[in-house]
Design a protein around this ligand. Sequence first.
Ligand code: AMP
Length: 212
Amino acid sequence: MPKILLLGAPGVGKGTHSEKIIKDFGIPAIATGDILRDNLKRETELGMKAKAFMESGGLVPDDLVIALVKDRLSQDDTKNGYLLDGFPRTIAQAEELDAYLAEEGSGLDYVLYLNAPKEELVRRIAGRRVCPACKATFRASDVPDGICKVCGAQVIIRKDDEAATALKRIEVYNEQTAPLIDYYKNKGILIEIDAAHDIDAVQAKVDKALGV
Ligand code: AMP
């Protein structure tokens, strides 16, 4: 089973496409943003350390995130592959991941880079609604009554999806995460996918790239 990385700016649709990929392959998704948000909600030590960085739209320091991912990757359910969403986000994180995988004699199998113009990212983030209870994500137009279609709770706008913070996150992505595109291109494992189209069209390209 493959080790897959979904790379791309906030709002490009990583979470959406992750859902089908993990079903197709029967692998877990490791989404550092979700894990950090969960820690924030439970007010753990990690959550409290990450809080200010997350709320400002900046990145949580590398050492905290790397420790959290290594811990997650040491769990049994990752033995047959996994999908990384939102990690690595800096060159330092990517190098640590490579070193960790090299130690176990493996490496990433696919890096899918989802690409869309900034205006489209802003539009998608502004229209994103999430369910605080079951974590499902929707387009605002799909939940006009504001009720989660999966569990019936009231959907909300993620705090860091509000306009000013969302723009900051895109800026941080361009500065600190976009260099990973060349990093993985140079390793010959980057597959670029034009993600400016609707979900089904992008999904078809993702399936093709992964041989589904
Ligand atoms: P996401 O849900 O992936 O957009 O992540 C939400 C927030 O969590 C980001 O804006 C960062 O503050 C933090 N975060 C998530 N993943 C990472 C990471 N790999 N490195 C640093 N900060 C992260």
